[in-house]
Design a protein around this ligand. Structure first.
Ligand SMILES: NC(=O)c1ccc[n+]([C@@H]2O[C@H](COP(=O)([O-])OP(=O)(O)OC[C@H]3O[C@@H](n4cnc5c(N)ncnc54)[C@H](OP(=O)(O)O)[C@@H]3O)[C@@H](O)[C@H]2O)c1
Length: 377
C-alpha cells in the first residue's frame, strides 16, 4: 500500500534534548529556522504531533506566512495542512490552541481512546479508532487513502519520532542542532532506546541557518520479510532510475537493479546491457560486482525495477536463479514481467519456492515502465 512521504522534523540541544523540564517550551531554533519550518509546513498536506506535545507545548502548528497560505490556495490546496494527533488515552484538552486554529483536525486513537477523545472534542475533530493498539502502518494507509495525504510532516515529540524511525516508516529526518545545553536527564530526548537500523543513515544536506545547523538524513536499511520500509521505496526508486541508463533495445527490457546489505550499505548496482554486453541483465550485472563470499549477501535485498527473469535464451541461468545462488533471500520489485518476450514468466515463483520474500511495490510500476514504453502495447 502506498503511504505518504513521511518527514520527521525536530530541533535538539547539543546534548540531544528536545526540551527542558520547565513550564514553557524551550526555543531551540533561530528565527530564520522557524521560517524554514514554516516553509516545510506549507509544503505538507498534513502535520502530525503526539498528544504529549499538545499537552506540553500547546502549539498552534500553523502556516504563518500569508504568502505561503495564498500559494497553497492558488494551487487548489487547503489553506492550512490537516492537523493530526495520536493518543491512546484520549486525554485531550478541548481548549488547546491546536483545535481552534488552522484547518481540519484529525485524531488517531485506539478503541479505548475513541470515546473519551470524541466526548472531549465533539465536532471539532474527526476521531478514528485503529483497533486495540495504534498501528502506524494503518494510520499512514488511512491518511493516504482516505484523507489524500501525500506528504506528512511529523513535528514530534520523541515518542512519536522514535516509533516511526524504528519501524522504518520515516522517509526523511530534518534535524536542527541548536548551540545550547539542557543538561537535565529528566528532559525529553529526541530518540528513545530500542532497535534502530544497524548502519549509517544517508546524509543528504547540511545547512547553516544563523547559529543552528540543519541536517537532513534518509534512512537506508531495507525492511525484513514482506513489510516494506521507507528505505525500500528509496532503493526501488534508484533501481527504476538506473533503468534510464540502459542502451535502448527493441528486443529486451531496460531494467535497473541495486543490491543493498541489511545495514543499508549499497553492495552493487547495475542495469541492462551495461558495459557493452548486449545481453547482460540488470540483476546479473549487479551481482557480478559483488564478492560471492561476502557474508552480507545472505541478509541483503535485491531491488529490481522489473521482476527478475525466470527463463532466458541468452544465458544459462535466469536472474531469479542467480539471486538464489548468491544467497540473497529478499527481492523488492516494481513490476511483474509481462508476456512481451517470455510467456508466463514467473521469477517471483522461483524466488518464493527458494524461500525468498518478494515484495511488489506497484506504485513504482509506472516509473519502471517509462524506459520500456516502446515495448508495451
Ligand atoms: N524540539 C522539538 O523539535 C520538539 C518538537 C516536538 C515536541 N518537543 C517536545 O517533546 C516533548 C513531548 O514529547 P513526548 O515524547 O513526551 O510526547 P509525544 O511524542 O508528542 O506524544 C506522546 C503521546 O502520543 C500518544 N502516542 C504516541 N505513540 C502512540 C501510539 N503508538 N499509540 C497511541 N498513542 C500514542 C500518547 O498519547 P496519550 O498519552 O494521550 O495516550 C503518548 O503519550 C515536549 O517536551 C515537547 O516540548 C520538542
Amino acid at each position: 500500500m502506498p503511504y505518504p512521504y513521511v518527514l520527521l522534523s525536530a530541533a535538539v540541544s547539543l546534548d540531544g534534548y528536545l526540551d527542558d523540564t520547565g513550564p514553557d517550551r524551550l526555543l531551540l531554533s533561530s528565527p530564520a529556522d522557524f521560517d524554514r519550518v514554516d516553509e516545510v509546513r506549507a509544503s505538507a498536506d498534513a502535520i502530525l504531533v503526539g498528544a504529549g506535545t499538545l499537552r506540553a507545548d500547546n502549539p498552534r502548528l500553523l502556516v504563518n506566512s500569508p504568502e505561503r497560505r495564498a500559494a497553497r490556495r492558488a494551487e487548489g490546496r487547503a489553506e492550512y495542512p490537516l492537523k493530526v494527533t495520536v493518543t491512546a488515552s484520549g486525554d485531550l484538552d478541548p481548549d488547546a490552541r491546536f483545535w481552534h486554529t488552522g484547518g481540519d483536525k484529525l485524531v488517531y486513537t485506539t478503541d479505548k481512546g475513541a470515546d473519551p477523545a470524541a466526548r472531549a472534542l465533539g465536532p471539532t475533530a474527526d476521531v478514528v479508532a485503529l483497533g486495540p493498539e495504534l498501528d502506524w502502518r494503518a494510520l499512514l494507509e488511512h491518511l493516504h487513502d482516505v484523507r489524500g495525504v501525500r506528504r506528512l510532516m511529523v513535528e514530534g515529540g520523541g515518542t512519536v519520532h522514535t516509533q516511526l524511525l524504528q519501524q522504518g516508516l520515516a522517509d526523511e529526518l530534518q534535524l536542527v542542532l541548536a548551540p545550547l545545553f539542557v543538561g537535565d536527564p529528566a528532559a525529553p530526548r529526541l530518540f528513545g532506546p530500542g532497535g534502530y537500523q544497524g548502519g549509517r543513515l544517508h546524509l543528504t544536506e547540511t545547512r547553516r541557518i544563523e547559529d543552528v545547523v540543519l541536517m537532513r538524513y534518509e534512512p537506508t536499511a531495507p525492511g525484513t520479510g514482506p513489510e516494506p520500509t521507507a528505505a525500500d521505496r528509496h532503493w526501488l526508486r534508484t533501481a527504476c532510475e538506473l533503468a534510464a541508463l540502459c542502451p535502448p533495445s527493441r528486443t529486451a527490457f531496460s531494467v535497473g537493479a541495486v543490491v543493498v546489505a541489511a545495514d543499508g550499505t549499497e553492495l552493487a548496482r547495475g542495469h541492462s546491457r551495461e558495459g557493452g554486453d548486449p545481453v547482460v541483465h540488470a540483476e546479473e550485472a549487479a551481482l557480478a560486482k559483488t564478492d560471492p563470499a561476502d557474508p552480507r549477501l545472505a541478509g541483503a535485498t535485491v531491488y529490481s525495477s522489473l521482476e527478475p527473469c525466470s527463463r532466458r535464451a541468452s544465458r544459462p541461468a535466469p536472474c531469479a536463479r542467480l539471486i538464489v545462488g548468491a544467497g540473497v533471500r529478499r527481492v523488492v520489485t516494481a513490476w511483474r514481467e509481462p508476456d512481451t518476450f517470455v510467456t508466463a514468466a514467473d521469477g517471483t515463483g522461483v524466488l518464493v519456492d527458494a524461500g525468498a520474500d518478494v515484495v511488489l511495490l506497484p506504485e513504482f510500476e509506472g516509473l519502471a515502465k517509462l524506459p520500456n514504453a516502446h515495448l508495451l502495447p
